[in-house]
Design a protein around this ligand. Structure first.
Ligand SMILES: [Zn+2]
Ligand SMILES: [Zn+2]
Length: 646
């Protein structure tokens, strides 16, 4: 008998050579139907692998990330079989699972493939799937494995095998197909009920541009047809919400080849949006005890040599700017921190005056290759909602809690309700990798964990993920389409205070090093606006909308009344505009819908006579005729529901 420990800590006895599937069956029929992969003592195993020793077993279903990976990787074998059959003589290389689906890199030789070929490949894949062929792993000797692929004249697999140890090589068979593989497969092909090939792209063997070019075929698969349908709808929706498309339609920002790639230009509506976001954060920061500072866009090269940023960014960055006469060297600012360190250094501090919290919407510039640029999410110049807190080690705990409060306030006001946090700690096995004393690290790590617990965050701890200069806490938010984005970072830093020789006078009258915290709830204004656009599809919270209401007159006769309504709204600080054009009301409504204006106010004869307005919400809901005061109350209460004071 062997003892199997399950994730809940329970221990069950099984006969030697029982499989993960046997274990699943002993738990429930439902689990046995759904289990698709397993991990035994930290190693990926098949659900049919005989277990021969005591150990820890985790069973995965489609609902686990590991389960999905197994599912998609197995489908890449099915696709590889279909490709081999449909394109005789192609050479397969590698076919891993990715975050959303799988790919296979293939040398198509004399054949070529395009999206037009997808339906026939998908049809063959489904046929193979329906055959319910078992995935079976077997060990092969290095010599046999090499023989197998030499016969196929596949230099790629031969190269892979040459780098493996004899005794560690396994093949996976299903139906008539064999592939070199480490394992982690579905019980059989029949579990795959829906497949979709998504795209083809070029890829170099081993990612090296000096090596042969291959064709990467991307696909995805699901255990139910319905799941595929939902996924394709999600992809469609993501296209509609692409911030580059929405930014253009809503006239928020633009790019100009003349100005330069990766350098966004904010249009008036976008600039106003950004200003509202900045003022929102400034107001909260003021209450939280931050002070605004301003620093220049360039700094002497030596500043960044001191901070260490030159070593990090110098080589691959924008090159220094030289003054014509004095031969000085300046760099575009890649980070605000060095400037803020020098602001702190501008006078001596007593421990009684700490913490100091310096905030700046600081624009920084970093070189990105043109191929890497993407809308507002990868740019060459961007503005961080940056702040640096200089405090004593004992104040870390409270400062961390304060920053978490601020970040949660920002998320709540902007409609991000689904988020998790990650605490990154040092690797205790490698203390030499980190700067700062063990005592300080322990204090900081404990402060972060305490703060995360006390604030009720849903967080995971990642050991060994800290930067060399300090532990950190990152927030991951899920947007309306379920995609994860990293937003909001809080980072402890022992390095810069050292490099800039920062100090304060302690209660013992001696000099001490302050601890520094870097934090940015938005991250950068550019990236944040991009994520917010895709999350809300341009339907921002009402307080942030460029225009909150539009007044549509039924005809020119009601122009004066429309103007009167506008004045009243403006007096109540509601952002509105009038559409008095000689167009049909239907057309005016359609355009206002396109521009995502939350409220449409329609005014005609009845409204003028009664002193009312007819209100229609974006999306079509009709609120009927109401008094103007009622409308003002409606707007104000909607705003105060999302935008609470900090
Ligand atoms: Zn495999
Ligand atoms: Zn910083």
């Amino acid at each position: 008998m062997i003892k199997i420990t399950l994730p809940d800590g329970s221990v069950k006895e099984f006969e030697k050579n029982s499989t993960p599937m046997d274990v699943a069956m002993s738990i429930s029929q439902g689990l046995a139907r759904n289990v698709i992969s397993a991990n035994f003592n930290g190693r990926k195993v098949e659900v049919s692998t005989p277990l021969t020793t005591d150990g820890d077993l985790v069973l995965y279903t489609w609902n686990d990330d590991e389960g999905k990976k197994t599912f998609w990787h197995s489908t890449s074998h099915i696709m590889a079989q279909a490709l081999e059959e449909l394109y005789p003589g192609v050479n397969l290389t590698i076919g891993p699972a990715i975050d959303n689906g799988f790919y296979y890199d293939v040398d198509f030789g004399e054949h070529s493939i395009s999206e037009k070929d997808f339906p026939k490949i998908e049809a063959r894949m489904l046929e193979i799937a329906r055959g319910k062929h078992d995935f079976k792993m077997r060990e092969v000797s290095k010599a046999d494995a090499l023989d197998f692929y030499k016969q196929q004249e596949n230099p790629f697999k031969v190269e892979l095998i040459e780098n493996l140890e004899d005794g560690e090589i396994t093949f996976c068979d299903h139906d008539t197909f064999t592939d070199l593989c480490r394992g982690g497969h579905l019980p059989n092909t029949g579990v795959v009920k829906a497949v979709k090939l998504l795209s083809v792209a070029g890829a170099y063997w081993r990612g090296d541009e000096n090596k042969p070019q291959l064709t990467r075929v991307y696909g995805i698969s699901f255990p139910k047809q319905k799941d595929l349908k939902e996924y394709l709808e999600l992809l469609e929706e993501a296209k509609k919400r692409d911030h580059r498309k929405l930014g253009k339609e809503l006239e928020l920002f633009t790019f100009s080849q003349k100005v330069g790639q990766g350098l966004p230009l904010w249009l008036p509506k976008g600039a106003a949006l950004r200003e509202r976001l900045e003022n929102f954060l400034k107001k909260a920061q003021k209450k939280a005890g931050y002070e605004q500072v301003v620093s220049p866009h360039i700094g002497q090269k030596e500043l960044y040599v001191t901070s260490g940023h030159y070593a990090k960014y110098g080589e691959d960055s924008f090159q220094p700017i030289r003054t014509p006469k004095e031969d000085e060297e300046f760099l575009l600012k890649p980070m605000n921190c060095p400037h803020h360190c020098e602001i702190f250094n501008s006078r001596p501090w007593s421990y009684k005056e700490l913490p100091k919290r310096y905030a700046e919407f600081g624009t920084v510039f970093r070189y990105e290759q043109s191929g890497e640029l993407h809308g507002l999410t990868r740019v060459r110049g961007f503005t961080q909602d940056d702040a640096h807190i200089f405090c004593t080690p004992d104040q870390l705990d409270q400062e961390f809690k304060n920053v978490i409060d601020l970040v949660l306030y920002v998320f709540g006001s902007l409609g991000f309700e689904n988020f998790t946090a990650q605490v990154s700690l040092r690797d205790p096995e490698n203390p030499d990798k980190y700067i700062g004393s063990t005592e300080n690290w322990e204090k900081a790590e404990q402060a972060i964990i305490n703060a995360a617990k006390e604030k009720g965050l849903n967080f995971v701890i990642e050991t060994g993920e800290a930067a060399f200069y300090g532990p950190k806490l990152d927030f991951m938010v899920k947007d309306a389409l379920g995609r994860s984005w990293q937003l909001g970072t809080i980072q402890v830093d022992y390095n810069l205070p050292e490099r800039f020789d920062l100090s304060y006078i302690g209660s013992d009258d001696k000099h001490h090093r302050p601890v520094m915290i870097h934090r940015a709830p938005f991250g950068s204004m550019e990236r944040f606006v991009a994520i917010l656009l895709e999350h809300t599809a341009g339907n921002f919270p009402l307080w942030l909308m460029p225009e909150q209401a539009i007044i549509l007159s039924i005809s020119e006769k009601y122009e004066n009344y429309a103007q009167k309504v506008l004045n009243l709204l403006e007096n109540n600080e509601i952002r509105a505009l009038v559409d008095n054009r000689n167009e049909t009301i239907g057309k005016k409504i359609r355009e206002a819908e396109m521009n995502k204006i939350p409220y449409m106010i329609i005014v005609g004869e009845n409204e003028e006579k009664e002193g009312t307005i007819a209100v229609r919400k974006h999306g079509g809901e009709d609120l009927g005729s109401i008094k103007m005061e009622e409308f003002v109350n409606l707007i104000n209460s909607e705003i105060s529901r999302t935008l609470k004071s900090f």
